[in-house]
Design a protein around this ligand. Structure first.
Ligand code: ATR
Length: 282
């Protein structure tokens, strides 16, 4: 148990639903490791309750909070100050309440994704990246890859959504969803940002027959940890990067801002969170 005193620093994660979130386990592990008098709690907040929740957390003295589905886009309008990554992503996943009371929002998903690649020895800008999907997660990742200097191609079932992403992030190329397999040949990295491949859900159909040798294949789905896509990549001798790394790395800046210490995503941290998640589809 953490020590909780009258000085405990508080943070948490808002979402609806929130019970599945692994963030409390992660942050409380880091708090214990650093011997910090702090707590990080899951906060079930319905979409319509978001403005009240943000004001309430500030009034209750929270240092800040993370946001997950469905709040990331709506939070954007509730912040007093938005940092560049939030502007690029069009969404906020990390909020800090400043001493002045100002609400500062940023987005650490894209940087977290890049850090998860680098942790596996994959240089994000080594070559062009092929992004599957055009939702909120896709935008944060596409922005980070572009900013790192990688050319990025986006392919999405609904073409209009891919085109909307290009409006937000000029410089992206669009590839029709039906041509995603031939598109592999021209890319050094592929990232699945769709919900396909999640445990109990629909499969991602993507043959890797045309994937070039040395390609890195990454997935942001992390339940199961070894998605069918990652297994197919490994079977071909390609580098496979699990989605869990992004979840862990995106948490670092928030923890540092709220609790004043920069935590490490090391083997123990990885295993602590991984032990709670099935490795393979049952
Ligand atoms: P998030 O904001 O978390 O990324 P989202 O906005 O719901 O979630 O995006 C989900 C992504 O998965 C989208 O790119 C979606 O494609 P559409 O824009 O065509 O909806 C993609 N996706 C979901 N189910 C899919 C399916 N059966 N086939 C192909 N793509 C799918």
């Amino acid at each position: 148990m953490p020590m909780l005193t009258g000085h405990t620093r508080l943070a948490g994660v808002i979402g609806w639903p929130i019970a599945h979130s692994r963030s409390p386990r992660l942050h409380n592990h880091w708090l214990a490791r650093h011997g910090i008098d702090g707590a990080y709690v899951p906060l079930p907040v319905r979409p319509e309750g978001l403005p009240d929740a943000v004001r309430g957390l500030r009034a209750a003295g929270f240092a800040g909070f993370n946001a997950t589905i469905p709040h990331k886009e709506a939070l954007f309008a509730l912040c007093d100050r938005l940092l560049e990554p939030a502007l690029r992503a069009g969404a906020v996943n990390t909020v800090v309440f400043e001493a002045s009371g100002a609400i500062t929002g940023t987005n650490t998903d894209g940087a977290g994704y890049l850090a998860s690649l680098r942790a596996e020895g994959v240089e994000p800008a080594a070559g062009p990246a092929l992004l599957l999907g055009a939702g909120g997660a896709a935008r944060a990742i596409a922005a980070a890859l572009l900013d790192a200097g990688a050319p990025v191609t986006v392919t999405n079932r609904t073409l209009e959504r891919a085109e909307a992403l290009v409006e937000a992030l000029p410089g992206l190329r669009v590839l029709p969803w039906g041509r995603r397999e031939e598109g592999l040949a021209d890319h050094a990295l592929v990232v699945n940002t769709t919900s396909l491949g999640m445990s109990g859900g629909r499969a991602l159909e993507l043959s890797l027959d045309r994937a070039p040798a040395g390609m890195a294949v990454s997935d942001i789905v992390y339940v199961p940890r070894r998605t069918a896509l990652l297994k197919a990549a490994e079977a071909r001798g390609l580098r496979a990067v699990e989605g869990l790394g992004m979840l862990l790395h995106q948490a670092v800046p928030g923890f540092a801002a709220w609790f004043g210490a920069t935590p490490e995503v090391d083997r123990d941290t990885y295993e602590l969170v991984a032990s709670d998640i099935p490795l393979d589809e049952a």
